[in-house]
Ligand binder design. Structure first.
Ligand SMILES: CC(=O)N[C@H]1[C@@H](OP(=O)(O)OP(=O)(O)OC[C@H]2O[C@@H](n3ccc(=O)[nH]c3=O)[C@H](O)[C@@H]2O)O[C@H](CO)[C@@H](O)[C@@H]1O[C@H](C)C(=O)N[C@@H](C)C(=O)N[C@H](CCC(=O)O)C(=O)O
Ligand SMILES: Nc1ncnc2c1ncn2[C@@H]1O[C@H](COP(=O)(O)OP(=O)(O)OP(=O)(O)O)[C@@H](O)[C@H]1O
Ligand SMILES: N[C@H](CCC[C@H](N)C(=O)O)C(=O)O
Ligand SMILES: [Mg+2]
Length: 486
């Protein structure tokens, strides 16, 4: 594509009449520059991409997109906001691929990964060829690719959509993080269905206040197309039991389908019955009443299933078929996953890393624990500090044997993270074991018949980040070894 062609998409932002080289790729990392690249300089949170412009030019970049003057011997195109311009160019360069897909976005503090997998299964079972983008990986058909972020930046995202469309994918499900909405990583994404799971505390290191966090998540609904294309209707699937939904309903022009348990909703679960083997409920919906019998447990699973049913209905799939699909799901990797090595107590590995998800997980455990509940809990470093004492307090309140340990300390001192946690547990009985492996072994060694151990925070993760080193670490594996050692 010629530089002038690429730039025509930025006309509202700039005018440029210089050279017109061929643009072979658009990148925002100088390490990815090859001959003919357009290098986009992003002012980041840790470094300034403008500092890598000279290196990009040396590596053969054809042009630079910047928001600061740069003195280089290749064309430098100046715009006010490179992140925004990058999203516009990404969409154009890859041929507006999201318009070729039935695109479903999911936002909310907890449940995005789980819900996205449920929706993917519903779509796949109905004969669609699916793609998925989220915390664990990107999936194109059956192929799996590693990811750095839950929601990638715009260039990666749009190139992924193009790969999906090129390989015959017709429907794609993605997690949309609040960071991505705030940074405009999803600008240009033509969502057909936007799903809201819930809003509780997390990420206040980034958003500062709950109001700002709520506003960021709301962008997904505000940005759903505001024109009524009746051949391709847009839907917002909102949680009637979460107060933020009222605001999101006001901010979207899309059709709204609500779901809930405690409040009136289009899709409502009533008569919920839970056992340690599963959850059954009656679904009332505009399409009649249906019995649903899940293999997953917990009230939160019912919410995720209701949200997925909403997305399925909004995707034109018959409700009976949707129910059949969700009834088959055993669970999602690292989410309330049981570790079974023949022991006479339960071990559950879960990805709860927020106060609300930890409380939900422990409340669910309480329903079938016969005696003690061990909660092995840590909090991530370089993340919202204010959730640490809250999570510690919840661990003390909802378990009999709270064990505070490390999650991914990242650049922080693991002992300081534990001290932050301990602030929330004053006067309570708990144990602190900084080494996660030791903490898991301690719980396993001390558990007896009928007890439950919840190992929270790292779920599917197969690593632990301490300082800037990444160590192999898998809670499920470590728990298994500990059980075998008993
Ligand atoms: C705080 C935050 O949102 N950071 C994200 C942000 O990074 P940044 O803007 O700070 O980038 P930077 O590292 O300073 O680099 C600036 C520019 O210089 C470039 N660069 C940098 C180094 C170099 O040698 N050469 C070079 O060209 C970079 O490519 C970039 O263009 O933009 C990057 C690209 O989109 C993200 O990968 C990065 O996520 C980091 C890894 C992160 O930890 N983010 C977390 C907080 C996050 O976004 N989490 C949510 C999930 C939350 C949830 O699900 O609960 C997510 O969506 O992942
Ligand atoms: N609907 C829900 N409401 C509250 N808690 C939930 C819900 N669904 C799952 N959880 C809890 O939250 C944990 C994380 O779930 P999941 O990975 O699906 O969320 P996520 O929103 O994708 O998280 P992340 O923001 O880290 O990507 C689960 O392990 C479970 O304990
Ligand atoms: N998406 C979340 C995942 C947290 C997982 C937890 N294990 C941690 O490292 O804090 C985040 O980036 O904040
Ligand atoms: Mg996720």
């Amino acid at each position: 594509m010629k530089l002038h062609t690429v730039l025509q998409y930025l006309q509202p932002y700039m005018s440029y009449k210089g050279e017109n080289p061929e643009i072979t790729s658009i990148v925002n990392d100088n390490r990815q520059v090859t001959a003919g690249s357009l290098f986009v300089c992003i002012e980041g949170y840790t470094v300034d991409g403008h500092d890598f412009a000279a290196s990009a030019a040396e590596k053969g970049a054809a042009a630079i997109l910047a928001q600061k003057e740069l003195d280089l011997n290749i064309p430098v195109i100046l715009v006010k906001n490179t992140r925004r311009a990058m999203a516009v160019l990404a969409d154009a360069f890859y041929g507006q691929p999201s318009q070729k897909l039935h695109l479903i976005g999911i936002t909310g503090t907890n449940g995005k990964t789980t819900t996205s997998h449920l929706i993917e299964k519903i779509l796949a079972d109905s004969g669609r060829k699916t793609g998925l983008i989220g915390t664990m990986y990107t999936k194109i058909g059956e192929q799996i690719f590693e990811v750095k972020n839950t929601t990638p930046e715009s260039l990666t995202l749009q190139s992924t959509f193009k790969k999906m469309a090129d390989s015959g994918v017709d429907s794609s499900v993605m997690e949309v993080s609040s960071h991505a909405l705030d940074e405009g990583r999803v600008h240009g994404c033509d969502f057909d269905v936007a799903v809201f799971t819930n809003l509780t505390q997390d990420h206040l290191d980034y958003h500062k206040t709950m109001d700002e966090y709520r506003r960021a998540k709301g962008l997904l609904f505000a940005q759903l197309g505001s024109s009524f294309n009746h051949e391709r209707p847009k839907y917002a699937i909102l949680n009637a039991d979460d107060p933020a939904s009222a605001e999101y309903e006001k901010s979207t022009a899309a059709h709204v389908l609500s779901y809930g348990i405690d409040h009136e909703a289009d899709l409502r679960a009533v008569n919920i019955e839970m056992t340690s083997a599963g959850t059954a409920f009656d679904l009332s919906s505009p399409f009649g009443k249906h019995k649903v019998s899940l293999k997953m447990i917990g009230k939160f699973s019912v919410y995720n299933v209701l949200a997925s049913i909403g997305a399925g209905v909004a995707s034109g799939i018959p409700i009976r078929q949707i129910i059949k699909s969700v009834e088959e799901v055993k669970g999602v990797s690292g989410r309330f996953e049981t570790v079974d090595a023949g022991q006479n107590f339960s071990v559950i590995v879960d990805y709860s890393h927020t106060p609300d998800s930890l409380k939900n997980a422990l409340e669910t455990v309480k329903q079938f624990a016969q005696k003690r509940i061990f909660a092995v809990v840590g909090c991530g470093g370089d993340r919202d500090r204010s959730k640490r004492p809250l999570m510690a307090e919840i661990a003390c309140q909802y378990s009999t044997d709270p064990i505070f340990t490390s999650d991914n300390p990242r650049s922080e001192d693991p002992l300081q993270i534990l001290r932050d946690m301990e602030e929330g547990a004053k006067g309570e009985k708990y144990k602190t074991i900084v080494d996660r492996k030791e903490a898991i072994h301690y719980a396993v060694k001390n558990a007896s018949e009928g007890d439950v151990i919840l190992i929270a925070g790292k779920g599917h993760e197969t690593y632990q980040i301490i300082g800037n080193q990444v160590f192999d670490f898998d809670d499920r594996q470590v728990a298994k070894e500990a059980i075998e050692e008993r």
